[in-house]
Design a protein around this ligand. Structure first.
Ligand code: OGA
Ligand code: MN
Length: 213
């Protein structure tokens, strides 16, 4: 009996997309999933994000230690809004349903022990970027996996910039365009990465971390 047959006997639904995530993570410490969110879902989430942004709910991001704002601007220029899962609205429910499906799968199949999550909306206005960094720089070693989901619209072009560049362990670079519906997941403790300058009005995303105890 192979593992698929075994899972079927155990009434466990094998999810091919999630299996690919697990395989890619174990082979290269990152994974790109296109159409993780459908274009309809992207539009719903983008509209909700922009509404909050226009209501001025976002704050200039910080880099953990208390440097002054001028220095921070040379490191990262995005604006963020943390999402409280306990107070999720309908749109955020759509988001967390999908995320939790993946988290539950990882916990069940890989014993990942993901107990906590933290997510924020992010807007990168034209001209902003996030210099090369590691997501555990804030001394938060509980961050195991970083996730980024993009909510730009279908007209997003490569020329708009804002590429996510992942510096791989073999010293080559992976260049990832922030295409709508795309989700990127990578090991927070190992992979340095950066967001290249945005050449367009706004780059929209939700970023988060899956954390252990
Ligand atoms: C971050 C980050 C990547 C991206 O917020 O820490 O690296 O593509 N984001 O937005
Ligand atoms: Mn990062």
């Amino acid at each position: 009996m192979n593992s698929v047959e075994l899972f079927e006997q155990l009434d466990f639904q094998v999810n091919r997309q999630f299996e690919q995530v697990i395989e890619d993570l174990s082979e290269q410490k990152f994974c790109i999933v296109d159409q993780f969110f459908s274009l309809e879902e992207v539009e719903i989430l983008r509209t909700a994000l922009l509404e909050k942004y226009e209501e001025d709910q976002f704050k200039k991001s910080a880099i953990g230690n208390k440097t002054n704002e001028a220095i921070e601007k040379t490191i990262r220029g995005d604006f963020i809004l943390w999402i409280n899962e306990a107070e999720q609205n309908e749109t955020e429910k759509l988001f967390f349903t999908k995320i939790n499906e993946l988290v539950n799968y990882l916990n069940r199949t890989c014993f990942m022990g993901i107990l906590h999550k933290e997510f924020h909306y992010a807007v990168y206005p034209k001209g902003t970027f996030y210099k090369r960094h590691l997501d555990t720089f804030q001394n938060d070693s509980r961050r195991k996996l970083s996730m980024v989901c993009y909510f730009n619209d279908e007209t997003w072009q490569k020329e708009n910039g804002g590429e996510l560049v992942i510096y791989k362990e073999n010293t080559t670079e992976e260049i990832i365009y922030p295409m709508p519906g795309r989700m990127v997941i990578f090991e927070s403790q190992f992979l340095e990465h950066e967001v290249k300058p945005v050449q367009f009005d706004k780059r929209l995303s939700i970023t988060g971390w899956l954390k252990t105890r």
